[in-house]
Design a protein around this ligand. Structure first.
Ligand SMILES: Nc1ncnc2c1ncn2[C@@H]1O[C@H](COP(=O)(O)OP(=O)(O)OP(=O)(O)O)[C@@H](O)[C@H]1O
Ligand SMILES: [Mg+2]
Length: 353
């Protein structure tokens, strides 16, 4: 029995269009489960349905073997960190953290004990008497986190909790949330549209697109074995390069331009003389070889270099470690190892092999 079971969950706001379709997944106790997808894909809606803030149109939500559909939010034993973490501006850090416990009339002693633990975990010891406006964004974020922790709920839902922070703080908070989650054995459902956050934090990731689950798996499974073009392009940065191609015996012809010799083991599983899509990750385009390209733009990041070049359908990006002093317009020779090529059906966009 899984801890949280989403059973064929559906959501419609207007009785016509479904913003979530047939969401079906089991989440284990202590798991860090990430929901990722572009804006409007239904992430917040799903989280709110689990919290009880939105009704469930169809399907069943089971937590700890109990049907939750009709249970009011306060009885679901779930804490939530919202995207806008909504601290009460006139209350101090301590009062903000203890707000829910006070509302629930918990004993003073218990409040103090829980406060102490949450404050130590989030490193807020010296900020307790400050008001939110006297804190940095990251510190406010930690107050929201502490407020979720003191509730002592076994499940914590987080909706883009780091989106308001700068890049450096975000990286730091990622590690911190992960540490707290592991220490407390929390089950976290974490929403983000940032694939790096998903990859670095999740035990498992569910990719959502237009209310439909695209794939569920461990971060590297999604990266190495994307089931369709959407996942292939959503996970990984810069994103996977895609082009049209056909296979003629053992020759792979990309955009009627480049020819790559495929081993029999690959070509025998591909459709012959019928167009499909190929996908190549930027790091799998190697410098040197018999494919010619012209540099369109270049990004020097110091530790690596991103080189963009024109293809008939769209531009492609190559990612090379280290620094490469290359000028725009320079002709370059590259190569691609056939083992690193992904193949997708053109119509269904699903992976071919
Ligand atoms: N209260 C509502 N009434 C009607 N439609 C809604 C409501 N809330 C959300 N929607 C629609 O449901 C879809 C999913 O919205 P949701 O907020 O869940 O997306 P999201 O993945 O969280 O996006 P974002 O990354 O922008 O926060 C969107 O098309 C949105 O317009
Ligand atoms: Mg949202």
């Amino acid at each position: 029995m899984a801890f949280i079971e989403l059973k064929h969950l559906q959501k419609t706001y207007n009785q016509q269009q479904f913003v979530l379709k047939d969401i079906h997944v089991d989440i284990q106790k202590g798991e860090f489960f990430v929901l990722v997808g572009p804006s409007g894909s239904g992430k917040s809606t799903l989280l709110n349905m689990i919290a009880g803030l939105e009704s469930i149109s169809d399907g069943e939500l089971i937590i700890n073997d109990q049907r939750m559909n009709e249970i009011p939010p306060r009885n679901r034993h779930i804490s939530m960190v919202f995207q806008q973490y909504a601290l009460y501006p006139h209350l101090t850090v301590k009062q903000n953290i203890l707000f829910n416990l006070k509302m629930r009339k918990k004993a003073k002693k218990e409040q103090e004990e829980r406060l102490k633990d949450a404050v130590v975990l989030t490193g807020l010891e010296s900020f307790l008497s400050r008001k939110p406006h006297e804190l940095s964004g990251g510190q406010q974020q930690r107050v929201a986190l502490a407020r979720a922790i003191v509730n002592d709920a076994p499940i914590c839902l987080m909706d883009e909790p780091l989106s308001n922070l700068d890049a450096q703080l975000r990286t730091q908070m990622r590690t911190e949330i992960r540490r707290i989650q592991q220490k407390l054995g929390l089950t976290i459902l974490y929403v983000t549209h940032d694939q790096t956050e998903a990859m670095t934090m999740g035990d498992r990731i569910m990719v959502l697109h237009e209310g439909i689950v695209q794939q569920i798996g461990k971060p590297l499974d999604l990266y190495n074995h994307p089931q369709n073009v959407f996942v292939a392009r959503f996970i990984g940065s810069p994103k996977m390069n895609i082009a049209k191609a056909i296979c003629n015996k053992q020759h792979l012809v990309i955009e009627e331009k480049w020819e790559i010799e495929l081993p029999q083991s690959i070509s025998s599983s591909l459709p012959q003389l019928k167009e499909f899509l190929v996908g190549i990750r930027p790091e799998h385009i190697q410098l040197g070889g018999n494919l010619q390209m012209q540099v369109r733009s270049i990004e020097q990041l110091g530790h690596e270099t991103h080189v963009t070049f024109d293809m008939p359908c769209e531009s492609w990006t190559a990612k090379w470690s280290g620094q490469h002093p290359i000028d725009i317009g320079t002709p370059l020779s590259i190569s691609i190892d056939p083992q690193n090529i992904y193949f997708f059906d053109r119509e269904t966009q699903k992976v071919l092999l």
